[in-house]
Ligand binder design. Structure first.
Ligand code: ZN
Length: 270
């Protein structure tokens, strides 16, 4: 059994401010690196106990150098650094039994803590007309490689997104978002227990199916301002629908996923 983990940081228990998830936050950031690593370790431990033979962990937050290698459970291999062609999903491929999304956050415009979609330049985003955040975008990429997402963790808003999109997925709610910058959180010790139990239950389920990846796949991105949209629309084969909206249609979802990341990178530079 091969298990893939994509680990973000905003959805880690206790996190409620950008300073806690950015290196410029100093000591506070270092504390949350430890807490993020501990959450990942709980899932590695649980996956190995359930029979996993290979566990890949992809550091999927910001510069993707957050997890503490020296503290990582020795049963897993760590993918870190950026740029990576598949970004938050680097290392995913056919043959993985299951994927887990840890420390994830809700999509841009939702009431989740630190809710966003890749960047603050994105107001909202759709794939083939359906609203998506990072959870959905990455679950579709797992689906493209025929890998089901079996567990996610984060706040209650992220949990709602996951249940709506992925049905029977195991959801571990580590905190309640009170607003964009405030949470009521479980303690890290309790979260560790919940993650251990969650991954055990998740890997027992036999009926979870990969999310079908559409082909062709159209991504529609509404940016926060026209300057961002103008910069994004430099990407060949993109179309600008109006002042703030850019659309791209790929022949398959992998192409669309890479195009959307390129559109956002261009927008950030503009
Ligand atoms: Zn993040």
């Amino acid at each position: 059994m091969r298990v893939y983990i994509s680990a973000d940081m905003e959805g880690v228990a206790g996190v409620c401010a950008w300073q806690q998830v950015e290196a410029s936050g100093g000591g506070e950031y270092i504390r949350y690196q430890r807490l993020m690593t501990a959450e990942v370790n709980a899932v590695i431990q649980g996956a190995l106990k359930a029979g996993a033979t290979t566990v890949y962990v992809n550091d999927a937050h910001g510069g993707m150098r957050n997890l503490l290698a020296e503290n990582l459970h020795p049963g897993a291999q760590l993918i870190s650094g950026t740029p990576k062609k598949l970004g938050m999903m680097e290392g995913i491929e056919r043959g993985f039994t299951a994927a887990c999304f840890l420390g994830y956050h809700a999509r841009a415009g939702s009431p989740g803590v630190l809710a966003h979609t890749y960047s603050d330049v994105v107001h909202r985003l759709q794939v083939n007309g359906q609203e998506m955040g990072e959870l959905g975008l990455n679950a579709l990429l797992a689906g493209y490689f025929s890998v089901p997402v079996v567990m996610v963790s984060g706040d209650q808003v992220l949990a709602g997104e996951a249940r709506k999109l992925l049905g029977e997925v195991e959801v571990v709610i580590v905190k309640e978002a009170l607003n964009y910058h405030a949470v009521r959180s479980l303690s890290p010790r309790q979260v560790k227990e919940k993650l251990l139990q969650g991954i055990a239950r998740a890997l027992e389920k036999k009926n979870l199916k990969p999310l079908p990846a559409p082909a062709p796949a159209t991504v529609t991105i509404v940016f926060n301002d026209p300057a961002r949209a103008a910069a994004a629309a430099i990407l060949p084969r993109s179309r600008r629908l109006n002042a703030v909206t850019v659309v791209y249609t790929g022949t398959d979802y992998l192409e669309t996923y890479q195009a959307l990341r390129s559109l956002i990178a261009l927008a950030k530079s503009g």
